[in-house]
Design a protein around this ligand. Structure first.
Ligand code: 5RP
Length: 232
């Protein structure tokens, strides 16, 4: 099965949650991009919505396909946020940030009355952690911060943990839209996501992390034919 068809089916099913007049959080990544393109088609047919993008990449795409945008500074709350995920467990806990957009994604999802996750079946997991957990850190002192992140991983029971700087080429760190670096945390599994999330947030130098806990209300799993909508 092509993962792309499943992603499109998940994105298409998320359109059912969109109502005229809504202010929408627009996620980042290939699945969210399908949603933005489909939304653009609806806007061309007369749907009246406005979006707040979670990355420069999504900002460009939304403009290209004709989705009207609102600067995030002018927004109080959003009606709905739709975004992809790197992993989703049975309790709707997520790992996000594979596209290095986790900070803006978390700000927007947290400000939305309803957060809908769209993903293909491959993203559903029993236990979070096979996908390396992204942690956004300030460039200043990032090696020190990475060492403390490593300690937090070990302390919260992540076996075989490694924390490494994300690079686009050797010695070229990936820089997020906010001007920060990403530390990718590899471990066999994250046995206690809440404890790890708390420990990471207490580290000075950590801007935020890719664990999205207690945020998603709806998860749409795209399949070869159609999509399954799960509600928390
Ligand atoms: C970007 C993200 C994406 O939502 C996540 O990486 C999933 O991407 P894709 O839909 O391309 O599989 O968190 O920071």
């Amino acid at each position: 099965m092509s993962a792309d068809i499943a992603k499109i089916n998940a994105a298409a099913a998320a359109l059912d949650f969109v109502e005229d007049g809504m202010l929408l959080g627009l996620g980042t990544g290939s699945t969210a991009a399908h949603f933005v393109r489909l939304l653009g088609e609806r806007v061309k047919k007369g749907l009246n919505v406005r979006g707040v993008p979670t990355s420069e990449e999504t900002d460009r795409l939304a403009r290209e396909v004709g989705v009207p945008l609102v600067p995030v500074e002018r927004v109080g709350a959003l009606d709905l946020a739709v975004d992809g995920a790197d992993e989703v467990d049975g309790q709707f806990r997520l790992i996000k940030g594979g596209g290095a957009a986790l900070l803006r994604e978390k700000i927007i999802a947290g400000a939305a009355k309803h957060f809908v996750v769209i993903a293909d079946e491959s993203k559903m997991v029993e236990t979070l952690g096979a996908f390396p957990l992204p942690v956004e850190v300030t460039p200043f002192g990032f090696t020190l911060t990475a060492a403390r992140i490593y300690d937090a991983l070990k302390l919260t029971g992540c076996k075989g943990a490694e924390a490494s700087l994300r690079e686009s080429a050797p010695n070229t760190p990936v820089v997020t839209d906010g001007g920060n670096y990403i530390i990718d945390c590899r471990c066999l599994a994250i046995p206690h996501p809440e404890a790890l999330a708390d420990a990471l947030k207490r580290i000075t130098g950590v801007v935020d992390h890719g664990l999205f806990l207690g945020m998603a209300r709806t998860v749409i799993i795209g399949k070869a034919k159609g999509a399954e909508v799960l509600e928390r």
